[in-house]
Design a protein around this ligand. Structure first.
Ligand code: ADP
Length: 245
């Protein structure tokens, strides 16, 4: 066993506004083994983004604990949490969030610059090559396709060699062919380099690239599928969405 890259124990996240309170996560306990690819699925509002944000140290649970590689996040100061995110976690979003005035290589080098480190050119080229964009290092995002932009975002997330790569609908803005290229890339990182990846997706095809699908309903883990194909995943999710509220 490789152990857990990330573990949530009894995590509850409540949001209060105007006197009412919403329980986005309700006593969630789940572990994500090192070197595995997990997809988190569930109906809209089931708590997927909240789970990802709590797991990545972007949001703090109301109660419960989150550990990343054995480090307990609960109780860490904002400064320590920021450092941990910067050095040990990578994040890609549906919107690629690249800086339009910077070239691909400048975008990729940015996390290191922000951390006060001088990015080595060879390392920047290496990650760009890893995502198949070695030839595009000097291009700006506006001269790239959506798939290429997401691959730059992926290279930017990987430059620090993060222990865990999180993705919130990373293929949500891509057509199915380009989305698939990104998924093949993610799968390869897990298989070849032992990268740990956790994504939120509503797409059963995207989820079928994962080793495991964790299904959330109403802020709770409703079950999981291991090694399932897109059809089985789709059948499971469709059934859930048909449930009465
Ligand atoms: P999903 O990603 O599955 O669509 P979310 O994690 O975004 O679900 O949201 C889960 C629940 O928490 C929803 O009912 C949502 O309205 C609520 N929620 C999420 N973020 C906030 C917030 N910042 N303030 C208030 N309620 C929120």
């Amino acid at each position: 066993m490789n152990g857990d890259a990330v573990r949530l124990r009894c995590v509850t996240r409540q949001y209060s506004s105007g006197g009412t309170s919403v329980t986005a996560l309700d006593q969630v306990s789940v572990g994500f083994s090192k070197g595995t690819f997990t997809a988190v699925m569930g109906p809209s509002g089931s708590g997927k983004s909240t789970l990802l944000q709590c797991a990545a140290g972007l949001d703090r649970p109301t109660s419960g604990s989150v550990t990343i590689g054995g480090t307990e996040l609960t109780g860490l100061s904002e400064t320590k949490l920021t450092l941990l995110r910067r050095e040990r976690i990578g994040f890609v979003f549906q919107a690629f969030n690249l800086l339009p005035s910077l070239t691909a290589e400048q975008n990729v080098a940015l996390p290191l610059r922000l951390a006060g480190r001088r990015p080595r050119k060879a390392r920047v080229r290496e990650v760009l090559e890893q995502v198949g964009l070695g030839e595009r290092a000097r291009h700006r995002p506006s001269h790239m396709s959506g798939g290429q932009q997401q691959r730059v975002a992926l290279a930017r997330a990987l430059i620090t060699r993060p222990e865990v790569l999180f993705g919130d609908e990373p293929t949500g803005a891509l057509d199915s062919r380009t989305g698939r290229e990104v998924l093949v890339l993610l799968r390869g990182m897990v298989d070849r380099e032992g990268q740990t990846i956790i994504i939120v997706t509503h797409d059963p095809v995207a989820a079928s690239y994962a080793d495991r699908v964790v299904v959330l309903v109403d802020g709770r883990v409703n079950g999981e599928l291991v090694g399932a194909g897109a059809e089985d995943i789709a059948a499971r999710v469709t059934k859930l969405e048909a449930l009465p509220c």
